[in-house]
Design a protein. Structure first.
Length: 77
C-alpha cells in the first residue's frame, strides 16, 4: 500500500530523458524510485559504487578550497 509522497527537485531535461529511458524498459519514474529505494534497503547503502577521490585528488581539492592553487601549463604535465 502506497502511503507517502517522495519529492525530488531535478532539472526538467533530466526528468524527461530519464522518463524516456525508463519507459523503454516498461517502467515509470515512480516505479524506478521505488526500485532504487528497495535496493538501498536491501544493500544497506547505495546500490552502486561511487568513485572516491584518492589522496592526490583530496590534496588538490583542499588546496583549491584554500585558494592555494598554482598555474600549471599543459606542457608541465
Amino acid at each position: 500500500m502506497l502511503t507517502v509522497d517522495v519529492r525530488a527537485r531535478v532539472e526538467p531535461e533530466l526528468k524527461r530523458e530519464a522518463a524516456a529511458v525508463l519507459k523503454a524498459s516498461g517502467l515509470d519514474v515512480s516505479t524506478a524510485i521505488r526500485l532504487f529505494l528497495r535496493s538501498v534497503v536491501e544493500k544497506g547503502g547505495l546500490p552502486m559504487d561511487l568513485p572516491r577521490p584518492n589522496a592526490t585528488t583530496l590534496a588538490a581539492i583542499k588546496a583549491a578550497k584554500e585558494d592555494k592553487v598554482s598555474d600549471v601549463d599543459l606542457d608541465d604535465l
